[in-house]
Design a protein around this ligand. Structure first.
Ligand code: TPP
Ligand code: MG
Length: 407
């Protein structure tokens, strides 16, 4: 049964109760109310400058030296362009199953629907920082500057791939760009991120680590052990939980004690004495503000933050694995195939972050419709080139299979 919500308590903190669009998490609020007041004010100023943010964002994120600047117009267009690139890349991966059947043999997981969250977070990335993600990993390296031709070739298992065709979709890595790796094991990247953050702490260059993972991963022991040590040692890591409401074909309410009781998943931060905040992950500027506050906090040595970014994946969990010879494909989203909730999926499509941000920028006069279309055409060409390059790239030699295997 849902726990009754003390709405006044949330309103006092400038947030909404759980389950409302204004919801942010009431964490450590009483203890930190005074210290976070200045931060909340700074974020609200950024919110107003950015025009599209809701006032409630990130009231519990704090950084003693908070100086978050709103992204200027050029940067907002950059954000939109990166979102488009991720979307188009993912569409091309999906279309490969029909346009080039049999070319992708491994499992793939798309990040469509998560673009705003990825780009809003990585907007703060600077040289020396690092990022780690899950198997749903195509978007991050694109934003960090990896070559989409090499990425597509990797997904097709070709020698020109980012990892010489030996990793595939679930294991994209581009260390020189700070993308330290991904894993098919749910939650595995979380302790790895803490290790990278510990190294950053030792280097003392104010570098931070962005750790992306799903809501399902927050049920893993690795999540809890890592949040504990990261908070204890004040590691410079930003835990970005991309909560898409599903752990493959299980909903959060079916498997998560907080969700089942009507609480946002960011309350898990409370157990480890770190700030936790829940944001609308479909709005890149909202994510920008919340992750920006967390990054500033991490850079000044104040420790980690848990940002719960609420997203909706617009594809099924992954493609269907089948024996060679049987064409692989993407089924429909589990909301439809498992739960028969077509309306839930259609509502998510109506809130699609990519057209939503395009409309926001056009309405704000930052971007004209003509320029937005031009950007779309450029991105289409870029991804055409990636697919054409990747399908022509040769397979790695069988004897290279054990290269880089150390144990
Ligand atoms: C340790 C482990 N358990 C189970 C699986 C099977 N599995 C693969 S993806 C997935 C869903 C994880 O959900 P979530 O963390 O919410 O990420 P999402 O896929 O929704 O982005 C599961 C259970 C796995 N790969 N690793
Ligand atoms: Mg999930």
């Amino acid at each position: 049964m849902a726990r009754p919500v003390d709405s006044d308590r949330y309103r006092r903190n400038g947030a909404g109760p759980p389950g409302t669009p204004e919801a942010t998490t009431d964490l450590n609020v009483r203890r930190r109310a005074t210290r976070s007041a200045d931060t909340a004010a700074s974020i609200r100023k950024a919110v107003i400058r950015m025009r599209t943010l809701t006032v409630s964002v990130a009231t519990q994120c704090q950084g003693d030296q908070m100086s978050l600047q709103a992204p200027n117009e050029e940067r907002q267009i950059w954000i939109y362009t990166q979102m488009l690139r991720i979307r188009e890349f993912e569409e091309r991966v999906k279309r490969t199953f029909t346009e080039h059947p049999g070319v992708i043999r491994g499992h793939t997981h798309l990040g469509d629907g998560t673009e705003a969250s990825i780009v809003g977070s990585l907007c703060h990335f600077r040289a020396g920082d690092a990022a780690l993600a899950t198997y749903r990993c195509h978007g991050y390296p694109l934003v960090l500057g990896s070559d989409p031709k090499a990425m597509m070739a990797e997904i097709y298992g070709r020698v020109d791939g980012l990892c010489k065709g030996l990793g595939g979709s679930m294991h994209l890595t581009d260390v020189k760009r700070g993308f330290l790796g991904t894993s098919g094991i749910v939650g595995a990247g979380i302790p790895h991120a803490a290790g990278a953050a510990w190294a950053a702490q030792i280097r003392k260059k104010a570098e931070v680590v962005y750790c992306f993972f799903g809501d399902g991963a927050s049920k893993q022991g690795a999540f809890h052990e890592t949040l504990n040590i990261a908070s204890l040692w004040k590691l410079p890591v930003i835990f970005v939980m991309e909560n898409n409401g599903y752990n493959a074909m299980t909903t959060s309410e079916q498997e998560d004690a907080n969700a089942a009781n009507g609480e946002p998943l960011a309350v898990k931060a409370r157990a480890y004495s770190m700030p936790g905040v829940t944001v609308d992950g479909a709005d890149p500027l909202v994510v920008y503000a919340a992750v920006g506050a967390a990054v500033e906090r991490a850079r000044v040595g104040a420790g980690p933050t848990l940002v719960e970014s609420k997203v909706y994946r617009l594809s099924a969990h992954g493609n269907i694995i089948a024996p060679p010879g049987v064409p692989l494909h993407y089924p429909e989203h589990e909301a439809i195939t498992v739960f028969g909730k077509r309306e839930e999926y259609e509502a998510a499509l109506r809130g699609d972050p990519v057209p939503r941000f395009r409309a926001t920028l056009i309405k704000a006069g930052v971007l004209s419709a003509a320029r937005a279309n031009e950007l779309g055409e450029q991105v289409t060409k870029e991804m055409d080139t990636a697919v054409n390059f990747a399908v022509k790239s040769p397979f790695p030699k069988p004897e290279s299979a054990l290269d880089n295997v150390y144990a």
